[in-house]
Each structure stands twice: as C-alpha cells, then as structure tokens.
Write a protein that binds this ligand. Structure first.
Ligand code: ZN
Length: 98
C-alpha cells in the first residue's frame, strides 16, 4: 500500500513538468527578435543613424510614423521617425514586406 502511493505521485510530477512548451516558447521569442525571415504582423525598420535593422510590430511602426508625419518618397530612408533601436529621431526605412 505504501509503495503504491509514492509511485502515483511520481507519475503526477512527471506529467506536470512542461519541458516541451517552454522550449517552443523560447524558440518563438528568438524568431520574433531575429530579422532573418518575414513574419506577418511585423515590419523591419532600418535606421540611417545607427544602421540597425529592428523587427517591430506593424502597429508600433504605425504609431511611430503617425506621431511625426514626415515622408519623402525619393529617399531610401524616407521616414522621419523615432528609431526603435537607438530611440533617436532620424531617417528610417520601414520594410513593410520584409
Ligand atoms: Zn537607430
């Protein structure tokens, strides 16, 4: 009777340990911060000041653009906005399809 109880508890603890979901979560966050592959709902902002490419949410990019509405289509870095990497107001390129 005594040997049956600890056995049941052990199997309970083993099933409760979430090893696979946490690994998937970490991998998902890594993919979110990398700028390698296009991801739906995000854009890549390239800064002319610090040269950083940063992937941010499309909504975040839109608020940054709408806060200061300067857009010069002829330039490569054609958006005057706050850079998500260095937080300076400078010319950035927003890769909507990146
Ligand atoms: Zn920057």
């Amino acid at each position: 009777m005594n040997s049956d109880d600890p056995h049941g508890k052990r199997s309970l603890f083993e099933s409760a340990r979430p090893t696979d979901p946490s690994e998937n979560h970490a991998r998902g966050r890594q993919a979110l911060f990398s700028t390698a592959a296009p991801r739906p709902g995000t854009v890549v902002v390239e800064c002319s000041q610090c040269g950083e490419h940063k992937r941010i949410q499309t909504g975040d990019a839109l608020t940054r653009i709408l806060r200061v509405s300067l857009w010069v289509p002829l330039l490569k870095h054609n958006r005057w906005m706050r850079c998500p990497s260095c937080e300076r107001r400078t010319w950035c390129r927003v890769g909507w399809l990146d």
